[in-house]
Design a protein around this ligand. Sequence first.
Ligand SMILES: *[C@@H]1O[C@H](CO)[C@@H](O)[C@H](O)[C@H]1NC(C)=O
Ligand SMILES: *[C@@H]1O[C@H](CO)[C@@H](O)[C@H](O)[C@H]1NC(C)=O
Ligand SMILES: *[C@@H]1O[C@H](CO)[C@@H](O)[C@H](O)[C@H]1NC(C)=O
Ligand SMILES: *[C@@H]1O[C@H](CO)[C@@H](O)[C@H](O)[C@H]1NC(C)=O
Ligand SMILES: *[C@@H]1O[C@H](CO)[C@@H](O)[C@H](O)[C@H]1NC(C)=O
Ligand SMILES: *[C@@H]1O[C@H](CO)[C@@H](O)[C@H](O)[C@H]1NC(C)=O
Ligand SMILES: *[C@@H]1O[C@H](CO)[C@@H](O)[C@H](O)[C@H]1NC(C)=O
Length: 628
Amino acid sequence: MKSCPFSVVSFVFVIAILLPLVFSDLNSDQQALLGFANAVPHRRNLAWDPDTSVCSWVGISCDPNRTRVTSVRLPGIGLIGSIPPNTLGKLDALKALSLRSNRLSGSLPSDITSLPMLQYLYVQRNNFSGDIPASFPLQLNVLDLSFNSFTGNIPQMIRNLTQLTTLNLQNNSLSGPIPDLNLPKLKRLNVSYNHLNGSIPSSLEGFPNSSFVGNSFVCGGPLKACTLPPPPTSFSPPAAPPHKSSKLKLKMGVIIAIAAGGSVLLLLLGLIVVLCCLKKKDSGGTNVLKGKAPTGGRSEKPRAEFGSGVQEPEKNKLVFFEGCSYNFDLDDLLRASAEVLGKGSYGTAYKAVLEEATTVVVKRLKEVVVGKKDFEQQMEIVGRVGQHTNVVPLRAYYYSKDEKLLVYDYISNGSLSAFLHGNRGGGRTPLDWDSRIKISLGTARGIAHIHSVGGPKFTHGNIKATNVLLSQDLDGCISDVGLTPLMNVPATARSAGYRAPEVIETRKHSHKSDVYSFGVVLLEMLTGKAPLQSPGRDDMVDLPRWVQSVVREEWTAEVFDVELMRYQNIEEEMVQMLQIAMACVAKVPDMRPNMEEVVRMIEDIRQSDSENRPSSEENKSNVQTPDL
Ligand SMILES: *[C@@H]1O[C@H](CO)[C@@H](O)[C@H](O)[C@H]1NC(C)=O
Ligand SMILES: *[C@@H]1O[C@H](CO)[C@@H](O)[C@H](O)[C@H]1NC(C)=O
Ligand SMILES: *[C@@H]1O[C@H](CO)[C@@H](O)[C@H](O)[C@H]1NC(C)=O
Ligand SMILES: *[C@@H]1O[C@H](CO)[C@@H](O)[C@H](O)[C@H]1NC(C)=O
Ligand SMILES: *[C@@H]1O[C@H](CO)[C@@H](O)[C@H](O)[C@H]1NC(C)=O
Ligand SMILES: *[C@@H]1O[C@H](CO)[C@@H](O)[C@H](O)[C@H]1NC(C)=O
Ligand SMILES: *[C@@H]1O[C@H](CO)[C@@H](O)[C@H](O)[C@H]1NC(C)=O
């Protein structure tokens, strides 16, 4: 059980009060936040360290100049009790506040709802009570007070919030009439399950009946007609969304006809494509080049070949790393039965099965730009940093002018990419949430290890989901360590979505650019989406930007992989992981955490998790306590 660093917090607080200085605004923001953390108990440790910049704290973000705190997002961290005035209410540059899914109670302080810059306020799923404060800034975009215990009327003042796009008030105990909200931008409205009465104003008739249900005395509009005609209120045109037109229904028949015809055509096309592919595969499989046929029963397997550039095998031997238990030589390797595992930007990978059933992966590098000496030096470092359970170990290498081969352990489960994107909707078992956390944590540990052992200059440079391999017990292992500096790899579309903005500009890699790439892998894991939405098109949107745009509107739930929706009680963890990922893909390298910090943050998810999680899958998950 972790406890809040109470003494540190209060110590700094005292210092802050004693110093008779005029603080800059960022400092007063910091004080307000510490005051809040101090006064409101929370189940999860925030670990807000007063010695680090407030802008790097969990859940906090600042304006680009880092002069003010502009957003506070603390969903589902077990905040309990009431919010004292003069804490969060002092963050007067705040644009977004999310405290949803906590156990906050008491009244919602009006200094929060009237913050002058506030655009997004999410306090749903707490137990706030009392009246809804009647003070909101006019530019408010989203107001979500749903699933609380608010009472009283819906304030008329909401009619003045012309920028409002979302108003969620469902599942409270509000009473009185529904105000005539003639708000041009309002897209989402929900006042269901309250004690409201009266007729639905004509300006809101365009919303579906599920926006109003559960109020036994509300009538009109999409619900059953009121027994008495409602008094004329206004003749304003209905707000969005528009009514469904009957024209649409008429067209339906035509559309169905077209679709039916089209699908027959598609079916034919598909058949032709499949036939072509089968034929191609046939001829490709028999593409055996050099070397003897493999022994006995293996001969029917398609066989690939990777050693055609090996010359004078006497002089250029396979170089093994210390501690490696393999005892084959280059000849054995070249004789092994091999099949292509995949072609990557660095070359082709083969699965090679030697005699005595030893299986290894041989990578045949292309476009190596360094000479033998530099190559050997780099291999020496790679051998050293590869000694970690979450790094795919390099066992041996071969270097000659015409051929460069790397020998790795064979990791049977394939890559994270294949697990996430392969055969969606087919017979594949989706990767469950526990596995995803475990893989993320393992991979983060592997990267943190190579950063700390390799030193500040040693980067991975090519972190992506296809380079995250899954071990037998579904742990994440990072592969292709240390290859980037050897290669002259053109900016291929394949790794494009993973590259940090500064790498695209300068082509220089750093630990922080690795963190960015890892953040993209996390987003991929959370969303199930590929890092580039529509590769090759001009208007393509990369995953970080897409997620940012969605999260800014706080449709957070829409971000997550649909395959994760089947699991219970994981929303808070997913949001936490999302926050870590978003920190990793910050545009400015200095604002990204380092890998050690990322590891700690992911570990925190698991730790706070194992304490209380009424999850249905607790039995089958093999939650590992971090081995510290
Ligand atoms: C950031 O600083 C620059 C120059 O100091 C200023 O022009 C700009 O308005 C500032 N931006 C914000 C968001 O404060
Ligand atoms: C919510 O607060 C009300 C008092 O305002 C209390 O009666 C109720 O039990 C609380 N509900 C929960 C779930 O804590
Ligand atoms: C809302 O706007 C009306 C005029 O449009 C104004 O009379 C009223 O005072 C405003 N209410 C609030 C609470 O600002
Ligand atoms: C919302 O309120 C309705 C009516 O009381 C109830 O049926 C529903 O379960 C509530 N939803 C949640 C998530 O509490
Ligand atoms: C709504 O309920 C209040 C009391 O709760 C009552 O005074 C008012 O007349 C009702 N309005 C309508 C339109 O039924
Ligand atoms: C409004 O909230 C209720 C209760 O949670 C839900 O059943 C309904 O689908 C929501 N309606 C809309 C339009 O979101
Ligand atoms: C809401 O509308 C749907 C169809 O539009 C209808 O099936 C349903 O019965 C309605 N529910 C209520 C409570 O009016």
